[in-house]
Design a protein around this ligand. Structure first.
Ligand SMILES: [Zn+2]
Length: 208
């Protein structure tokens, strides 16, 4: 429950990041800590001023468009700052969290470490470096059922989305599911026949 810390919870979609954040928020509330919860406006999954886990838990949250607004809204007597969906914030989020840590706050955050292309998402690499603890949660693979899913598969009309698909789709017909490295797919319609498929699939790197 000490300050001067940044606990980062990461993993693919559906691994329970927000559920874990809400569990930690609840413990801070029980300990009577002054806490503020933030989430980016880009997250269209929820429409009101709250964050919600897939298993139906929720907490009031302040929606912000720019990371700098978090510093404006955190007051000196706030002890804990919780931030959901860190991957959607602008690059200033790294400085914002560093500032909060230096002010003695306890920061708890969640974020997708990899986007649908299996590439580092937003400022997550830097955030993982400055975090005092990192918890990588795994999900159940929706294809083979193993419990080690670390990738987020985007599906459009039920088929794996192409590499040229935009990073953030708002209001689209796409769905997402957690998959393990073995089951994750990233078609590339622009790839030449002789060019090796290049993404973070470790097995492919090993074979080149
Ligand atoms: Zn699998």
């Amino acid at each position: 429950m000490n300050g001067y810390s940044f606990e980062l919870i990461t993993g693919p979609m559906g691994c329970g990041k927000t559920e874990e954040l809400l569990r930690r928020i609840r413990r801070c509330v029980i300990a009577k800590k002054k806490i503020k919860v933030f989430s980016p406006v880009v997250d269209t999954r929820t429409h009101g001023d709250y964050i919600e886990s897939r298993n139906g838990l929720w907490a009031d949250a302040i929606k912000v468009e720019h990371s700098i607004q978090i510093l404006q809204k955190v007051k000196p007597d706030d002890e804990v700052v919780a931030i959901d969906e860190l991957q959607f914030f602008d690059n200033n989020i790294v400085k914002v969290i560093s500032t909060l840590m230096n002010e003695g706050k306890k920061v708890i955050g969640t974020g997708l470490e990899l986007d649908f292309k299996s590439e580092p998402f937003g400022s997550m690499p830097e955030l993982m470096c400055i975090a005092t603890t990192v918890d990588k949660l795994h999900a159940v693979c929706m294809k083979c059922g193993c419990e080690h899913a670390t990738r987020t598969q985007r599906l459009i009309d039920g088929k794996p989305a192409d590499k040229s698909s935009p990073l953030i789709m708002i209001g689209g017909d796409e769905t997402y599911e957690a998959r393990c490295v073995k089951c994750y797919e990233l078609p590339d319609k622009n790839a030449g026949k002789n060019k090796p498929h290049c993404n973070l699939k470790i097995l492919n790197f090993a074979r080149r």
